[in-house]
Design a protein around this ligand. Structure first.
Ligand code: PCD
Length: 804
């Protein structure tokens, strides 16, 4: 085809760059069963590891006898803490600055804790051998309720650190206390409350739940004794961090460790940390010289690796009678389970919970968080949330509704009265963040128009009257959530993981014929990076996205990056990609000047190449430039066309959204049905609108699950309830509501392409929208705050308690 007759629109369109609803390239293999997951990888001679786990939540281990298990044909080894001790690997450091038992060392601290690791020819033999390991326990008193963790007579859980007066985050008040973290101006906040015309106070709990990705955590460790090298395949959201940690723990030099994260079937924060299964597989492979695979089953996943939430937030707002907020005071009791293994940037014991002032202009605020140990599994991962942001959003969005109720004011009106205004950005929050950009009023108005808010309130009023007259047994709630997130961890000035600054990276190479391979420090678990990263490069470099291969997850080839979680990939790696591409474009401009025989300053970029300013007929494409870079580079210029960028973001990005949930609840059955769910998201510049919609659908489905049923509870003796899909609510297409999505675009001023993260927003904003809808429905019957999750039995009970 003659290049001359191709329109600019056509040239632009064939790039499938930013803004294009490009179809996900990874789906070609995923939908045809051609994905390559850890369990698809089979190495010659590979054997399997499996754990003996504690039936007790708190017990002393009197004796472990592995002889019968070892005698079973097909069993290669049985490891206990005693075997790991000489290697110094029976305990491991956690991301939160605590230590965690790899295999129980004299004591178990939660039900299903790892006690011994059996290695056998196959999983069946390993499972038989588990039953033959004899462990004698002496049960100890169990601590389940975090509100009693610091009682004078509470059982002391962590004997290993019982005498330590300080932990990783400062002084400890009790042997079961982990840390106290305070932020904000206490005196100014007290003053706001002293002067307040109206105050509200409520204990808002966000229950314990679990990310439960479809693929559980797993790994395959293969140690080559001859080369002294370790290859570790695994479901890692942060492969480079795992390599560094594995090197520090095993003392194998980092260049002799090859970490490979192949396709991953969902992460949701579950696959950020390092688990006992990884350490034991590595040790077992070193000991046996054979590759060892470990694959968690569903119950192990739900009950041992990484819970989420378990935050108990006593929340107070001070306000004027006219509904202007003047102060916010929050105390959080954070149940961290038996070890503090929260996956947060090192300096942040409660993650970014100090985003709790939300979208509102609070002149004063104060926050205190106490972390405590209990006999529950450890973790505290950011399940679809940037480090405790979802807890913060739930806290403030519920509290704003409670305040609206007390003031007798419409909750949408109360929010709009207190929004940070457009002209206040960049906005300094009372708890220490600088919000980059936003237009909250615009988003709220758009959302309210889209759902016809006044009509919904009128309908609700009519329904309440009909209910009172006994004409209907169905009540109606409108749940509003206007959330602000903080994603893109993060600037090296305040974010690191075990000392490694949280930058991210991209390496782009253009081949002589003009196609590209690019590698990133991030790792998709289903987000579609292979599709979207190519779109950024396509726009920046004028090479069609289809001619660009994106690779992630192999630490030998990818530049060092901190991985994918906390919706950080777009804010951090997305920026690195644009910056690396711009380095290439600068060099390409010099080559173009040489080809066109003009000064580089006489050139301007135009979609897919450079043209001479004022003389657009004279131009050269990126493809031609690539060939020249390898074929005849201008003298004095290095041949080749590639660049690496390590991007240290100057700030986080602050996406936001306006969500509305319309719900009908049958008071005789407790069944809640979501009639409408409208989600408006603003994530700045949108790379792929179709992928964003998919992200929002997925996140809302998880939010629905959490708000309406999903939870992990424990009985009084520490038995974990809800550790299988019989009890743990995972919605299918049958239960899932229909989602309506919408958007506004407020670019981030500091991000090279103006993009903010979006992956977690729907979860962060979705949970309060559902919960507020339930509370709003019951509000006219006298309820102020109903506990989550709002499953039918509980709603039915609520109706009874309210006398209807
Ligand atoms: N985007 C676009 N645009 C914008 C933004 C974004 O387009 N503006 C797109 C991108 O590119 C991608 C996605 O979207 O693809 C996402 O992104 P972001 O937001 O950046 O994020 P990331 O980092 O990548 O990712 C992460 C997230 C998270 S965090 C989570 S949970 C989840 C989400 O993601 N996960 C998951 N989503 C998802 N999906 C899937 N499928 N799977 C999974 O697993 Mo965490 O912290 O971990 O808890």
């Amino acid at each position: 085809m003659n290049e001359m007759i191709i329109t600019r629109e056509a040239r632009e369109a064939r790039l499938e760059g930013m803004g294009c609803r490009r179809k996900r390239v990874e789906d070609i293999r995923f939908t045809q069963g051609k994905g390559n997951y850890v369990d698809d990888i089979k190495l010659p001679g590979m054997v399997h590891g499996d754990f003996v786990r504690s039936p007790y939540a708190h017990a002393r281990i009197k004796r472990i006898d592995t002889s019968k298990a070892k005698a079973l044909p097909g069993v290669l080894a049985v490891l206990t803490a005693e075997d790991l001790k000489p290697l110094g690997l029976h305990w491991m450091p956690t991301l939160a600055g605590d230590v965690q038992a790899v295999l129980a060392d004299g004591k178990v601290h939660f039900q299903n804790q790892e006690v011994a690791f059996v290695v056998a020819e196959n999983r069946y033999i390993a499972d038989d051998a588990l039953q033959l390991v004899e462990v004698e326990y002496e049960a100890l008193p169990v601590l389940i309720d975090p509100f009693h963790a610091m009682d004078a007579d509470a059982p002391i859980l962590r004997e290993d650190i019982a005498d330590k007066k300080t932990g990783a985050h400062g002084p400890r008040k009790h042997p079961n206390h982990i840390f106290e973290w305070t932020v904000g101006d206490g005196a100014a906040t007290d003053e706001a409350f002293a002067k307040a015309e109206v105050t509200v106070k409520e204990l808002i709990s966000y229950h314990r739940t679990h990310p439960s990705p479809l693929e559980t955590c797993q790994c395959l460790a293969s140690f080559d004794k001859i080369k002294g090298e370790l290859t570790l395949y695994g479901t890692f959201q942060a492969p480079h961090v795992i390599r560094t940690v594995a090197s520090l723990l095993s003392k194998i030099p980092e260049h002799k460790i090859h970490v490979i994260a192949p396709d991953i079937g969902g992460g949701f924060g579950n696959k950020v940390g390092a688990y006992a299964g990884y350490i034991c597989s590595i040790v077992a492979s070193i000991v046996t010289g054979i590759p060892v695979k470990w694959v968690e089953d569903r119950m192990e996943n739900l009950s041992t690796t990484s819970f989420a939430r378990d935050y108990h937030m006593t929340t107070e707002i001070a306000a004027t009678k006219a509904g202007r907020v003047t102060g916010l005071r929050v105390h959080v009791l954070a149940d961290h389970g038996a070890f503090d293994a929260c996956a947060d940037p090192s300096k942040w014991p409660a993650g970014f919970f100090n985003i709790v002032t939300g979208s509102y202009d609070f002149p004063a605020a104060h926050l205190a968080v106490d972390g405590v140990y209990t006999n529950k599994a450890s973790g505290g991962v950011a399940y679809r949330c940037s480090f405790r942001v979802t807890e913060a959003a739930y806290c403030i969005e519920r509290a704003m509704d409670i305040l609206a109720g007390k003031l007798g004011m419409d909750p949408a009106e109360l929010r709009m009265k207190n929004f940070i205004r457009r002209e206040q950005f960049p906005y300094q929050s009372a708890l220490g963040w600088e919000y980059d950009s936003g237009d909250y009023h615009l988003a709220m108005h758009k959302a309210m128009d889209a759902i016809d808010y006044p009509a919904l309130r009128a309908e609700q009023k009519a329904r309440q009257e009909a209910f009172r007259r006994g004409e209907t047994r169905s009540i109606m709630g409108v749940g509003i959530s206007f959330f602000t997130e903080i994603v893109g961890a993060g600037p090296s000035k305040n974010c690191d993981i075990l000392g490694v600054a949280m930058f991210d990276s991209a390496e782009i190479r253009i081949h002589p014929t003009g196609s590209i391979i690019a590698r990133m420090g991030t790792k998709s678990q289903g987000q579609g990076h292979e599709t979207t990263w190519a779109q950024i490069i396509a726009t920046e470099l004028g090479i069609p996205a289809d001619d660009i291969t994106i690779e992630e997850g192999n630490t030998d080839t990818a530049p060092y990056g901190l991985g994918t979680y906390g919706s950080r990939s777009t804010p951090v790696a997305g920026a690195a990609i644009a910056m690396a591409a711009r380095k290439i474009r600068n060099k390409a401009q010099m080559i173009a000047a040489h080809l066109l025989e003009v000064s580089e300053y006489d050139l301007e970029w135009d979609i897919d190449g450079f043209r001479v300013k004022g003389n657009p007929e004279r131009s050269t494409t990126m493809k031609e430039i690539a060939w020249a870079a390898y074929h005849a580079p201008p003298s004095g210029l290095e041949p080749g066309l590639e660049a690496v960028n390590y991007y240290d973001p100057p700030n986080m990005t602050f996406p936001f959204g306006a969500y509305f949930c319309v719900m009908d609840i049958d008071v005789d059955t407790g069944v809640a049905s979501t009639r409408r769910f409208y989600a408006l998201d603003d994530c700045g510049t949108r790379i792929n609108p179709m992928i964003i919609e998919g992200q929002v659908h997925g996140g809302l489905t998880e939010a629905f699950a959490i708000a309406m049923g999903q939870e992990i509870t424990y009985d009084a003796t520490g038995n974990v309830m809800g550790a299988s899909f019989m009890d743990f609510f995972l919605p299918t297409a049958v239960e899932t509501p229909k989602w309506e999505t919408d958007f506004t675009v407020t670019p981030s001023p500091h991000h090279p392409i103006g993009a903010k993260g979006v992956g977690e927003s729907p979860n962060v904003g979705g949970v309060p929208a559902f919960s507020n809808a339930v509370n709003d429905a019951f509000g006219f019957l006298g309820a102020t705050h109903l506990p989550m999750p709002h499953y039918p039995w509980r709603l039915w009970q609520t109706a009874r308690q309210l006398g209807v």
